[in-house]
Design a binder for this molecule. Structure first.
Ligand code: CDP
Length: 203
């Protein structure tokens, strides 16, 4: 059985949390594709050529704990605008999507470019303020030195760059279900997605 769930959306929209919970519910594999771009961005900050890093990326380069900060997020969004970097990461993502047992991938271009044939496509969003508050709490709880305004500026800058780039811009697929989590709890959002996947499984 292969079943692919594509989850896209802007920064800190809740897509990662929802994807992880939905994957756990069904026993599907989960790939946070943002980590691939973050890993490349982090190496660029160390002076490496992003294209070579993307072409030779190994699982051990991906240390989520070291990659979840604003500096790496901005670097990720810069390398993500380079078409050759995106091309270098494409095959890995497509192979992951097709793995037996079901897969959930979250990112910016999963429903539009990586898996246009996905069985279920979601676009998770929320207001700028709600997203910034979530990300602020997440980073502050990890002890990072962040301010609400700084986090809001970071999200807006990335969303702008991600939406305006020529290569695989952030946008909902035409057939994606939009889930606005501004006033929706994560549990309610997950329940909604679970029932949508159950419907796709019974098709
Ligand atoms: O967690 P958050 O939503 O803040 O970001 P992320 O998903 O880790 O992605 C970091 C950056 O990687 C984004 O701002 C995008 O520029 C880029 N990205 C992308 O271009 N395509 C993807 N499929 C995933 C991430």
């Amino acid at each position: 059985m292969t079943l692919t769930v594509a989850v896209d959306g802007p920064a800190a929209s809740g897509k990662g949390t929802i994807s992880k919970a939905v994957a756990a519910h069904f026993g599907f594999a989960h790939l946070d594709t943002g980590l691939l771009y973050r890993a490349v961005g982090a190496q660029m900050l160390l002076g490496k050529d992003p294209l070579i890093v993307a072409q030779t990326l190994q699982a051990e380069d991906i240390d989520p704990g070291a990659l979840r900060n604003s500096e790496v997020a901005q670097a990720a969004s810069k390398v993500a605008a380079i078409p050759e970097v995106r091309a270098a990461l494409l095959d890995f993502q497509r192979a992951f999507a097709r793995r037996a047992g079901g897969a959930v991938l979250d990112g910016r271009d999963i429903g539009t470019v990586i898996c246009p044939e996905a069985d279920v496509k979601l676009y998770v969003t929320a207001s700028d303020e709600v997203r910034a508050e979530r990300r602020f709490l997440e980073l502050a709880n990890k002890g990072q030195d962040v301010t609400r305004d700084g986090v809001l500026d970071d999200l807006r800058a990335r969303d702008k760059r991600d939406s305006e780039r020529a290569s695989a811009p952030l946008k909902p697929a035409e057939d994606a279900t939009i889930i606005d989590t501004s006033d929706l709890s994560i549990d309610d959002a997950v329940a909604r997605v679970v029932s949508q996947i159950e419907m796709a499984q019974s098709d």
